[in-house]
Design a protein around this ligand. Structure first.
Ligand SMILES: C[S@@+](CC[C@H](N)C(=O)[O-])C[C@H]1O[C@@H](n2cnc3c(N)ncnc32)[C@H](O)[C@@H]1O
Length: 211
């Protein structure tokens, strides 16, 4: 570990880390916030940090298993003096499972690992079980955002999310999913994909239990 990473791990991580086990109460973690955003697989954390800056009155929880990504988010937190971000260094599915019903205003899964081979599809983070958890933790009219540059993953997401009666696809015309909304900051992965000439899709779903 580089000295800078070590410093962030020692000084910033202790005040941002979520305990690795047990139920989580967002009201206890963020007693004074008015909304909650949850990002699974935050990579370098630029989107999570940008959202935290855009919405200082919300709390943000993120999960990412890789230490380099965690260190990058810690650097954003430190540089931008963010006090509304907490993270789990680990599997995002366990973060979802530990959250209470109807607690989140937004869930973000941006450029999930594509696992392109059919025999690896079961490793994709978008699965019926993950979507069950996301629907469970979203508040009414809360939003799920998924971005990908992999056409097959877009179809996979549309297919699985389309089976959830409580998720309404928030798009009327193709432009709605080909253009990133202004309140959706880009990620490092997205910029690389675009630089390589790949187009991206931005899928938005709103939760309506009565649908
Ligand atoms: C292709 S990268 C995209 C990173 C970031 N979202 C971006 O757009 O730049 C996918 C990320 O998902 C993370 N990831 C994979 N499986 C995960 C899981 N079960 N829980 C949380 N994060 C996961 C990976 O470590 C990786 O950082």
């Amino acid at each position: 570990m580089r000295p800078q990473q070590k410093r962030l791990m020692q000084e910033v991580l202790p005040r941002c880390a979520i305990l690795s086990e047990g139920p989580l109460d967002p009201l206890q973690i963020f007693p004074e916030t008015r909304g909650l955003g949850v990002e699974i697989g935050f990579g370098g954390g630029e989107h999570l940090a940008a959202q935290a800056q855009l919405h200082p009155d919300w709390g943000f929880l993120g999960a990412e298993p890789f230490i380099n990504g965690v260190a990058k988010l810690l650097a954003h937190i430190s540089q931008q003096s963010l006090n509304n971000v907490r993270m789990l260094m680990g599997d995002g599915r366990s973060l979802l499972e530990r959250l209470p019903d109807a607690c989140a205003d937004a869930v973000y899964i941006l450029f999930p690992d594509p696992w392109p081979k059919a025999r690896h599809f079961k490793r994709r983070i978008i699965q019926p079980e993950t979507l069950d958890q996301i629907v469970r933790i979203l508040k009414e009219q809360g939003e799920l955002r998924v971005a990908t540059d992999v056409p097959d993953y877009a179809v996979w997401t549309l297919m699985h999310a389309g089976k959830r009666r409580a998720l309404r696809f928030a798009a009327d015309r193709p432009r709605d999913w080909h253009e990133r909304p202004v309140d959706w900051p880009p990620t490092r992965y997205e910029l690389k994909a675009r630089a390589a000439g790949r187009s991206c899709v931005y899928l938005r779903y709103l939760k309506f239990s009565h649908l």
